[in-house]
Design a protein around this ligand. Structure first.
Ligand code: PAF
Length: 279
């Protein structure tokens, strides 16, 4: 496996391959990321992972400065799962000038849910992902289902901009108690870590109600919000949406639970966690 820091060197390495398979990450890798790399491997003739903590997708009060940078450990893990190339550019390499040209995803997808609570987040994500796509020129790219809205927005970007890339979604990996794996789980104290599973448990109870035929979506959402708030969480949203456009379900959609997804985001202490489950 080769670790590469510059665009020029990466392009030179990739010149002899036809169909790179790509997994973009911000590093601090866990088994969920490694599963995406394993999913990518058979898709292309070379497997590329990027590690770049993208300033553009952090709000000023968020954890850009403290986001864990663990390059050596990440490389060891990537090597163990058979990744071929790791692209870890510096900020100067990826953004030599302030990035004035940006990709603005449509508001109806990007200003709801995560985008409502993290304004500009998906502009930052789409901008860096499109730039990485231009640099790597992958034939396939793999994103995690835990970031449900992100993978949907990137899929639409690729469709609307006619990029010759197939987007694949990898399943959310979970700890034995059900907590979705996330780099931010490392911020949790032992007590918070024990409590953190309640996010997925609450989503599971929302799913159970919908599968049992409960049609009062507002009541399901309120109950979930109150459950978490009562345990000391600060929930941003716990919501039932349609899978295909992330809009609130219409009565007709509720007759088909397999059209639905439940999504949640909540802060536990200083750590903000997100998760989702398809119904
Ligand atoms: O999901 C992430 O880790 C990031 O949003 C991504 C896709 C690597 C873009 O910075």
């Amino acid at each position: 496996m080769k670790l590469i820091h510059t665009i020029a060197e990466l392009r030179a390495e990739l010149a002899r391959f036809q169909s790179p398979a790509f997994v973009p990450t911000m590093g601090n890798l866990h088994d969920g990321h490694l599963a995406l790399v394993q999913q990518a491997r058979p898709l292309g003739d070379v497997t590329v992972a990027s590690i770049f903590v993208n300033r553009l997708q952090f709000l000023p009060h968020e954890d850009f400065d403290t986001y864990p940078r663990t390059l050596q450990a990440d490389c060891d893990k990537l090597q163990a799962v058979g990744c071929d190339l790791v692209f870890a550019p510096s900020e100067q390499e990826l953004y030599p000038q302030p990035q004035g040209y940006k990709v603005q995803p449509p508001a109806e997808l990007a200003d709801i849910l995560e985008g409502h609570f993290r304004p500009g987040f998906f502009t930052g994500v789409c901008t860096v992902v499109l730039k990485l796509f231009h640099i790597v020129q992958p034939r396939h790219a793999v994103f995690g289902a835990k970031d449900y809205q992100q993978q949907m927005i990137i899929r639409r970007m690729v469709e609307q901009l006619a990029l010759p890339i197939t987007i694949h979604t990898g399943p959310t990996l979970r700890a034995p108690d059900g907590l979705a794996l996330s780099s931010r789980n490392g911020y949790l104290s032992p007590d918070e870590r024990a409590e953190a599973v309640q996010l997925s448990r609450t989503l599971q109870s929302m799913v159970a109600l919908l599968r049992a035929g409960e049609r009062n979506v507002a009541a399901i959402e309120q109950h979930a919000l109150h459950t978490l708030a009562g345990r000391g969480w600060q929930p941003d949203y716990m919501t039932v949406r349609r899978r295909h456009d992330l809009q609130p379900p219409q009565p007709e959609d509720l007759l088909h639970p397999d059209r639905l997804v439940v999504l949640g985001a909540a802060r536990l202490g200083r750590t903000r966690l997100i998760d989702n489950l398809e119904v």
